[in-house]
Design a protein around this ligand. Structure first.
Ligand SMILES: *[C@@H]1O[C@H](CO)[C@@H](O)[C@H](O)[C@H]1NC(C)=O
Length: 473
């Protein structure tokens, strides 16, 4: 039975127009309509009452700053804010009340902390892994990597933002599946003070402590996408290092550029050093005055940094340059491939890349990650810049998705469209067991000779990044 026939079949089995033609059906319909009107009236009443109560309360609005902040950085519209408030006022599940733990209130006269100080994590992890043998290795006997990403708890100011969050989430699921990695996607707030780009810090700590079996946590911003589905990071390169970030030695350590590294995609080893780093990193982040003042200090200290509140990337650059030498001692600045690739330098090249190369390089020949730094897909106001971002985010997704769909015999008509075409004939020998044919997935691997040439090219590209203030993460 083809699709059309199936639909026809369903229609004849239960035809609503026939049902409503009956006496009983019309009565039901009238009741439903009356009910709809009642609900609508109720909703309007609640809105009016709420508005009056807020206007009349006369209390200083302590949440104003946080709300403005959220709007600016997460692009929440008034509607979504209302949804959020409605959600906050939902009565607490009575079954949970007994389990509530009083949230630790931060006293701003004391340094901010992410949680109780832990000083023997390496030992705790070792003991746990000895008691739970083989939990810390993948099926291939390799150390485990947990891929982590997340987006805001509430709806985007622009539904297109949520549309791309979904597509980019699919991309991560595909990459994790193809490479045997575990994946965690977060949409919850773990610490109120650590919102917007700082939300990753409490999350990373929590994941490390609750996944002692995982050796690496790989953070990826919600606006970054894997564009080389074949390329795999070679962990052997990072023996003795605890954080792996895309960046350049001279831009960072000689020129003190705030864009000397990029925290959009990085690997953090699950160890004591990393917990200590998070502890040293977090005090720049609490929203409000602390973050504002830290921002002023970072703008003064780092080259080319625009004036705005402290962001996680600048604070990390600062720690690497001026903090305890133990931080830079365990830093691996990765420039051999695009662990982060600034979108404006890679997206316009995709067709060229497809004409000349195959996936598996991760560098200029086939960029590993494309990161939409500076795009604001959640923002309510759709400017020309945002339009261009959406256009290129779609292209990046389709560029990556072609590498996934190929296995199933499909491809996007062009990078610009989500429409697909069939690129392979169906056969009665889908596994190719009876007919000899060559392996189409003949992919190259990254060779160390290739690295130095790529280094120069990428560095040139990164030099241009200074023109672009990073405002989202
Ligand atoms: C797993 O844990 C055991 C016990 O601590 C350790 O000997 C081994 O090296 C660990 N393996 C990996 C891949 O981390």
């Amino acid at each position: 039975m083809n699709h059309q026939m199936a639909v026809e079949g369903m229609k004849s089995a239960w035809d609503p127009s026939r049902y409503f033609a009956t006496q009983r059906g019309r009565k039901v319909m009238r009741t439903v309509n009356a009910f709809k009107v009642t609900i609508l009236c109720g909703f309007i009443t609640i809105l009016v009452l709420r508005g009056t109560m807020q206007a009349g309360s006369g209390l200083p609005d302590s949440s104003k700053f946080i709300d403005e902040d959220a709007e600016r950085f997460q692009g929440l519209t008034r509607t979504s804010r209302m949804l959020k408030e409605a959600e906050d006022e939902t009565p607490v599940d009575s079954a949970l009340v007994g389990k509530f733990v009083e949230e630790e209130k931060w006293d701003p006269s004391k340094p901010y902390t992410l949680g109780p100080k832990i000083s023997n994590w390496d030992e705790q992890r070792r003991v746990w892994n000895e008691r739970n043998p083989m939990q810390n290795v993948t099926r291939n006997g390799k150390p485990k990597i947990l891929l982590v990403s997340g987006s805001q708890p509430g709806p985007c100011g622009n539904p297109m933002g949520d549309f791309y969050h979904l597509k980019y989430l699919k991309n991560r699921i595909d990459y994790a599946r193809l490479h045997g990695m575990e994946f965690f996607y977060n949409v919850a707030t773990f610490q109120k003070e650590m919102n917007s780009f700082w939300a990753k810090l409490p999350l990373l700590r929590n994941l490390m402590l609750n996944h002692p079996e995982t050796e690496w946590i790989w953070w990826m911003d919600s606006d970054a996408i894997f564009t080389d589905m074949t390329f795999e990071v070679d962990l052997e390169r990072y023996v003795g290092k605890n954080i792996v970030i895309h960046g350049f030695n001279d831009l960072l350590f000689e020129q003190h550029k705030w864009l000397g590294l990029n925290t959009g995609s990085f690997l953090l080893r699950n160890c004591q050093w990393s917990l200590d780093l998070l502890d040293a990193w977090a005090p720049y982040g609490p929203s409000g005055e602390v973050r504002m003042n830290a921002g002023k200090m970072l703008t003064a200290k780092l080259v080319d940094r625009p004036a705005f509140e402290a962001d996680d990337q600048s604070a990390l650059v600062y720690l690497m340059l001026f903090g305890d030498p133990q931080w830079r001692g365990k830093l691996f600045l990765e420039w051999a491939f695009y662990l982060h690739g600034y979108w404006k330098f890679v997206v316009y090249n995709y067709e060229n890349v497809m004409a000349k190369h195959k996936p598996g390089f991760g560098d200029d020949r086939w960029p590993f990650v494309t990161h939409f730094v500076g795009c604001k897909p959640c923002q309510y106001a759709v400017t020309g810049e945002v339009q261009e971002c959406f256009k290129q985010m779609e292209r990046a997704f389709n560029f990556a998705d072609n590498q996934v769909l190929g296995k199933y015999g499909y491809a996007h008509r062009s990078l610009a469209t989500w429409k697909t075409v069939k690129v392979r004939e169906d056969t009665n020998d889908p596994l190719g067991l009876y007919k000899a044919h060559k392996n189409p997935q003949d992919t190259p691997t990254l060779k160390s000779e290739d690295l130095s040439a790529q280094f120069l090219k990428q560095k040139e590209a990164a030099g241009l990044e200074k023109v672009l203030p990073k405002t989202t993460s």
